[in-house]
Design a binder for this molecule. Sequence first.
Ligand code: UDP
Length: 196
Amino acid sequence: MESYWGNVNTIGIRSCYDEGKRVAETLCADYAREYGVDVRMVRIFNTYGPNMHPKDGRVISNFIMQALQNQDITLFGDGSQTRSFQYCDDLIEAFRRYMSLERPAIDAFIAKHKLGAAVINTGNPGEYTIKQLAEETLRQLPESTSKLVYGPMPKDDPKRRKPDITLAKELLGWEPKVPLQEGLAKTIAYFRTLVK
Ligand code: UDP
C-alpha cells in the first residue's frame, strides 16, 4: 500500500535507486507545499514493452533477448521470487487519467483517505515467479534452444513485489488491461526486429 513508508538500506547496492525515488517524492511534496505546484505522484511498478533497451538488464528484456539468440536464460536464485509486470500502454493510460483529473477531485480524495498527498501505485497485480516468466518466454519462442540456468541471487533483491492498486482504481477508475501473455507477445515481436 502507498501508506507504507518503507524500510530500506541506505548504503546497499540498490540504495541509490531506492533513495533516488524517495527523494523525488520528497521534492515534489515540498514544491507543492512551498510553491503550490500542482504535482501528481505515481509509483511505477515493473513495466515492460516494445522499445525497451535490449541491454537494460531487466528480466523481461534479458529473457527475450537470450531466448531469441539461443543463449542460456539466466535465472537469479531459484527463480521462485515473484514480480508483477505491467505493460507500458496500461501505465500510460494511468498517467493520462491522473494528469487530466481536476485538482478539486484529487483534494477531495486526499481528504477522504486522510492522505498527505495522492501518491498512487500503478502496476499489474498479476503475480508470476521468475521461473514462470522464463517458461512463458520459451513457450512463445518454441524454436529457441535456450536452457534455464540458475545463478546467484543479487543482494537486496526483493522476494516478492506486487502492487496494491486500490487507490488507483478508486481515484482514476483504472486497472491494467493487458495480461502478461499478450504483452509479452508484443514485446517479443519488437525484440525480433533487433535480432538478425
Ligand atoms: N532476474 C533474473 N534474471 C535476469 C534479470 C533479473 O532472474 O537476467 C530477476 C531479478 O533477480 C529479480 C527479478 O528477475 O528477482 C526482476 O528483476 P528486474 O531487474 O527486472 O526488476 P526488479 O528487481 O527491479 O524488480
